[in-house]
Design a protein around this ligand. Sequence first.
Ligand code: FRU
Length: 469
Amino acid sequence: MTMPSRWPAVLQAVMKGQPQALADDDYPRWHLAPVTGLMNDPNGFIWFAGRYHLFYQWNPLGCDHRYKCWGHWSSADLVQWQHEPMALMPDEEYDRNGCYSGSAVDDQGVLTLCYTGNVKFDDGSRTAWQCLAVQNETGGFDKLGPVLALPEGYTGHVRDPKVWQHEGHWYMVLGAQDLQKRGKVLLYQSADLRSWQPRGEIAGHGVNGLQNAGYMWECPDLFELDGTHVLICCPQGLAREPHRYLNTYPATWMHRDFRYDPATFTHGELQELDAGFEFYAPQTTLAADGRRILIGWMGVPDGEEMLQPTRENGWIHQMTCPRELHFREGKLWQTPVQELQQLRQTEHSWQGSADNAPLLDATRLEFELRADAPVKVNFANTLWLSLDEKGIRLERKSLHNDDMLTRYWQGKVTSLRVLCDSSSVEIFVNEGEGVMSSRYFPHHPAQIGFEGASAITLRYWSLRASMVE
Ligand code: FRU
């Protein structure tokens, strides 16, 4: 697979697909999504020179996982975004099969991208180069080429550099697969971003006694939060359990103590970061005011993704809303960033038995629900949330057949906050103790109803659209 050689002409042609996506009733009205083609991981999330920048894995040429470029949006407030010129395209030998995921840093005032150049060979093997690109005066990016080759002892699956600065040094975590096909997280150190020294494996199979932790760990992100260190990563190949790790690939987190010298990360159990159907490859950044903010890909590379109906309109997948992270009571909490409250229109409240509750317009909606007994929320006869004393069951039909699929959040539920867009729901349990993110493809106009005899209290807002400019 070689990339098309005349990218600008190709892009002009594909951007003509944009009106088709925007006219799709399933196209998000306040979340980020590709105007055409396939979008996956958030990349290069950063607050830089007064604006947030979010890059993303993007195949603008089709709804499949080829030709990965870096698309680019920016925003002053995490609510209203604007398109920026395409940042990276796979047009060099060292990234010819994709400018894969990575991060962005402020290197003495220069916005600098760290990404993986993915190279595949005819025999099915591959290699990976960790690469740099720097922003130029036009806002575009100049590639500086590879700064780190594939280390010995690993397969060609070494990727997704997340880079940060600490006490005058640069550090980078990489997702990796060792030669025995076991997932790892590698740490590197550098004085100048150009030359990197290995500091060892800090997580994965065999580290801290962890066993059976999957065959590849993708998209690591290590950061300090509320007095602890959190590592987020996406281990592929974890065994399914009755109530968790039910998606093809999960996003997970663990926490405790990270030391720079010698580099060690002691941590507790791996935990699932989001219990919904679609959530993967999240990335965090620090906001100007010190908040740790996360955006995830509301997708999973699995068999179902290729059956999503939006492909007929030339686009697929969306991001989650931006979420603020906190660590308390041994758990990682996620709540929608407060800026999103700008989207709220008139507030409504309602109290009574669930069966008599008003039908809500699901298209752009936020609602808070409290219930004193079991209740069911029906999202347009396409997705169902059942709440009882054990927790939450979220159900929808498989896109392959009529099988009912279920995801679970277990524990006592005192409140739910649900953010809906045209074809997505994000369910925040107990002010962020748990989250379930899911796509669904209802008939439009979509309505949300409540079922059950229990008394419920509702607060709800219809949300303003905030399409990308
Ligand atoms: C995660 C991932 C990354 C890789 C990128 C390629 O979804 O597989 O590991 O860099 O997607 O698009």
